[in-house]
Design a protein around this ligand. Structure first.
Ligand code: ZN
Length: 258
């Protein structure tokens, strides 16, 4: 099933919904507890999609594809390399990634995102599935120059608009072997199978939850394949996750000056 959040009109609060072909139906209750699906009668193109989840935290995994580690001359980690991204960076499908004045090298990172469905600590790899609601596409936008000069990654990963997410959550997906792609202005920049992850999804859930409680709605960004490249104002970035769909966002300059 595809779960989404949508608005019917500007300024309206986002509501839970589900997608059947190209029609949206309301969802009474919450996908994290109990819910009832209403008939899908609203045309998808008539609604405004909101980001599909509001997480308490975004846990990201660095260098989880060997080829991406190699393009930065970085070693492949022996344990998952974790960092956090601010939830305030999240934007929805179609919203604009703003290039901040502080950076001269903002890059895309196409990734598979895991949406936690059930609270847990010390989750075993075998039990990981029971704690996952589903999967969505994410762009872990990064100010690469600041990532290098800061020495740690919080600022470079957390500018407002640096976490495009969506367009929806797919609950019926096996994450073991799916294609993750990034296209900029229709040109292929990144493509890899999740089978090339150094630490696959069940191991990530186990490792992260051995340190911190995972809450319903929390996100795990599973790392990006090789091929990251710079974004410019006027670009359109598409993150394509096989079995989920395409997340598309334009890129613009942040006009704020001080
Ligand atoms: Zn990343």
């Amino acid at each position: 099933m595809r779960i989404l959040r949508f608005r019917q009109g500007p300024g309206a609060e986002p509501a839970w919904g589900w997608l059947e072909d190209d029609r949206v139906g309301g969802l009474e209750g919450s996908p994290f507890t109990t819910y009832r699906r209403l008939e899908a009668t609203i045309p998808l193109e008539s609604v405004q999609l909101a980001a599909p989840v509001v997480p308490s935290k975004i846990v990201c995994v660095g260098r989880n594809y060997a080829a991406h580690a190699a393009e930065h001359n970085a070693e492949v980690p022996k344990l998952p390399l974790l960092f956090l991204k601010a939830p305030s960076a999240i934007i929805a499908m179609g919203e604009t990634i703003l290039l901040p004045a502080q950076s001269h090298q903002v890059e895309h990172e196409a990734e598979l995102a895991v949406v936690i469905g059930r609270r847990g600590r010390w989750i075993t790899p075998e039990a990981a599935r029971e704690h996952i609601l589903g999967y969505t596409a994410v762009n872990d936008v990064t100010a690469r120059d600041l990532q290098n000069s800061d020495g740690q990654w919080s600022r470079s990963k957390s500018f407002d608009t640096f976490c495009p997410l969506g367009p929806w959550i797919e609950t019926d997906l096996d994450p073991a072997e799916i294609l993750v792609k990034c296209l900029v202005n229709g040109q292929l920049r990144q493509m890899a199978s999740t089978r090339d992850m150094i630490f696959p999804v069940p191991q990530l859930v186990a490792f992260i939850s051995s340190a911190m409680t995972l809450e319903p709605g929390d996100l795990i960004l599973t790392g990006t394949p090789a091929g990251v490249s710079q974004l410019a104002s006027g670009d359109e970035v598409t993150v394509d996750v096989e079995g989920v769909g395409q997340l598309r966002n334009p890129v613009g300059a942040d006009r704020r000056t001080g």
